[in-house]
Design a protein around this ligand. Structure first.
Ligand code: AMP
Length: 416
């Protein structure tokens, strides 16, 4: 099977490593890819959000399967254009990707499907925003309605900061604060059948102890030793299947990766958000533990044959990934700094580039790379991931020092 992978971040590097481990994958082409992906795939240039360009590349490269990593191409309808060429594609249609593309649409689907989530109002002016903020009280949660690369959400005790964010965004969802540890659950689906992957946890805030601004994600680990037994089955029953059924009912079935972001509240799991693709950096840890061949799994979802797919196999132990971000991230990431020490297995590239001429590795984005390691338990995986990151030199870089620490120390509790 020839696979075309669309995207060029850490998630796509992790997907690329998973795909080339699959003996059923005979060739991997990535567009646009990154210097890490270049080690395992042929790179092609493409504007990932241009449906006609990606579809033409899929035809030209004789792809049997196209895997779309990021959300922007999905929302732009790239999967539709590829499917129209008769090529199997892992990723939902533009209409179904609205589950991520619009927070208001996602809330509407959840309400119709009876999915447990935060109470919310869609607000477009200061008066309705203020009313919603006052009804829910602090901490205030204000979400940009549109795609914002994981950075459109403000959670704050400062009412004027909440109002200012709403004014900047225009159309927002204001919702009640959900207290409790968060879980990321990835579900591979063909629209009807659904196979859950291992639950993971990511770290959204920039600083240790969840201080500082929200980011795209600063690290992740899996599995979750503190997760209640039966969590995944409960979420499949109460969230995933009702949501898939509602989207089928609307004539826009969701096939691809349904990412369920949950808060484990005193009242049970509540959906914080849906995404229409693999999460970054949770993908790095989840795929590090997956033994089932990835290409075959994604192909089954893309071709409506997931019900016949064998159960997933996982390796024992745990995985941890630690993100190394550039100076100034997330507000104003500095790029163009030289990176050394990154040429080791387990280093996954996100925002990197090769300098023309000498080929030196440079930072080229906010989240630059991450160190991903597995081990017999979380503590061993954590130590190995930090050893990887500690070996990388990048001027002014930032990383959290407490990834997986609370789970290892048994400090995560679900409110009761
Ligand atoms: P989202 O983009 O919706 O995932 O939001 C980004 C982050 O903001 C989440 O991972 C949570 O940490 C936080 N967040 C979003 N919505 C809520 C909520 N209703 N209650 C508490 N935290 C939230």
């Amino acid at each position: 099977m020839r696979v075309l992978l669309v995207g060029g971040g850490g998630r796509e590097h992790a997907l690329a490593l998973g795909l080339v481990r699959d003996p059923g994958v005979s060739a991997l082409i990535a567009a646009p890819g990154n210097p890490g992906i270049a080690e395992v795939a042929e790179l092609r240039a493409v504007t990932a959000t241009d449906p006609a360009a990606v579809a033409a590349l899929a035809v030209e490269t004789a792809a049997d399967l196209v895997v779309i990593g990021p959300e922007a191409p999905l929302v732009a309808g790239v999967a539709d254009a590829v499917r129209a060429k008769g090529i199997a594609v892992f990723g939902p249609s533009g209409a179904a990707a609205q589950l991520e593309g619009s927070k208001a649409f996602a809330k509407d689907v959840m309400t119709a499907a009876g999915v447990p989530t935060a109470r919310a109002y869609v607000c477009t002016d200061e008066e309705s925003t203020a009313r919603a903020l006052d009804e829910f009280g602090a901490p205030y949660v204000v979400k940009d309605d549109g795609l914002a690369a994981g950075k459109g959400v403000v959670v704050t005790d400062d009412r004027s900061a909440a109002l200012a964010h709403a004014a900047e965004c225009g159309r927002v969802v204001v919702e009640e604060f959900l207290a409790g540890p968060e879980v990321s659950l990835f579900v591979v689906t063909d629209g009807e059948a659904a196979l859950p992957l291992l639950p993971a946890q990511d770290f959204k805030r920039l600083g240790d102890g969840d201080a500082g601004p929200n980011t795209g994600g600063m690290g992740a680990y899996a599995p979750l030793p503190w997760a209640p037994t039966g969590l995944v089955d409960d979420v499949l029953r109460d969230v995933v299947h009702p949501t898939l059924a509602e989207l089928r009912r609307r004539g826009t079935p969701f096939a691809g990766l349904l990412y369920v972001g949950l808060a484990m509240t005193a009242a049970g799991p509540r959906v914080i958000e849906f995404n229409a693709r693999f999460g970054d950096p949770e993908t790095q840890v989840v795929l590090a533990l997956l033994e089932t061949p990835l290409g075959g799994l994604l192909h089954a979802a893309a071709t409506g044959t997931l019900a016949e797919h064998p159960p997933l196999c996982w390796r024992d132990g745990a995985a941890v990934t630690v993100v190394l971000a550039s100076a100034g991230y997330p507000a104003a990431p500095r790029t163009g700094d030289v990176i050394t020490g990154a040429d080791r297995p387990g280093i996954i590239h996100a925002g990197t580039a090769r300098r023309a001429g000498d080929g030196a590795l440079l930072s080229a984005g906010g989240r630059v790379l991450c160190g991903t390691a597995t081990g017999p338990d979380l503590a061993a995986a954590r130590d190995a991931a930090y050893a990887l990151v500690d070996g990388v030199k990048l001027a002014g870089s930032q990383h959290r020092t407490d990834i997986a620490a609370a789970a290892i120390d048994g400090r995560i509790t679900i409110p009761s």
